[in-house]
Design a protein around this ligand. Sequence first.
Ligand code: BTN
Length: 333
Amino acid sequence: MIKALEQANAGSDVILNLLKQHQGQWLSGQFLAERLAMTRSAIWKKIEILRKEGYKINSSPRKGYLLADIPDRMLIREIRDGLNTSIFGQRDIHCLEKTDSTNRRAKELAAFGAAEGVLVIAEEQVQGRGRLNRTWFAPAGENICISLIIRPPLLPDTASRMSILAAVAAAETLIAAAGLKATIKWPNDILVGSKKIGGILLEMSMEMDAVDYMIIGLGINVNTPADHFPAEFRSKATSVITETGKPFPRVFLLRRFLELLESWYRVFRESGFDPIIIRWKDLTDMLGRQVTIETINGSCSGKVTDLDCDGFLILRNDREGEMRMFSGDITIM
Ligand code: BTN
């Protein structure tokens, strides 16, 4: 059954690649049939498979087939098309139409031994979770909701480094791929101006005293217009479409994120955490700012003086001197 599906996909992949290479041009059924050593009716069946996935393919009895539009859907074949990674996005990808939370699904897979690099993606997430037990809004087909399994060789008390690393990759993605002036708000909120465009929820499981697996959950608001956010988020949230004025292909952003994440992950494994801290500091505009942080033990205010070698935020005020903050909800004054 799986073999048959792979074969059906293989033929469709070749046809799609040919149509993409000749975008804007008609390719005759005869040409495709010869290239794939198939009958013209077999070609038509494969074209139907692609159409069902959402590709708009025009057909004409005299001219053949023309690729008119590529769907903005999280399709495995689109994600892998030109993806320059060795692991992230190259292992199993679970594309779900609708799920409660991709982090929850990824944790289940990881608990059953899924390898580093396995990815869960949802078109719609109905119980998306954010940091500090918040909810994450993700309507169908508009945004990026993904969870990636990693298995870094880390001790639990240094695990938060991975959320700093993921924030660097996410901010760089929005800068490089969408041309936005994205910044990082500690620890891993991605902002444009003062509004949040993306966030990361890092979850982990430990075995003995080492990390067994971690889930990097990333949400980026891509194609949700400003007035479609629920009232409570409207003044605080933004999206790529709101900032650029036009819809943006989500797969393009996802590919870039996977590439940047893998490349920073490699830097981390080969050279340690310092290069990531340096880049995080470039991408934040919090250094030197006056902030208040709400933590489970109460709130404290001070000036941000640094991010330390473990990703803890260093605050200073006259009363308490220097404080090392592990987590919390931060407000910039
Ligand atoms: C935050 O800023 O509070 C973190 C938001 C993280 C949202 C993403 S969407 C994909 C993944 N699945 C979840 O349930 N949450 C994360």
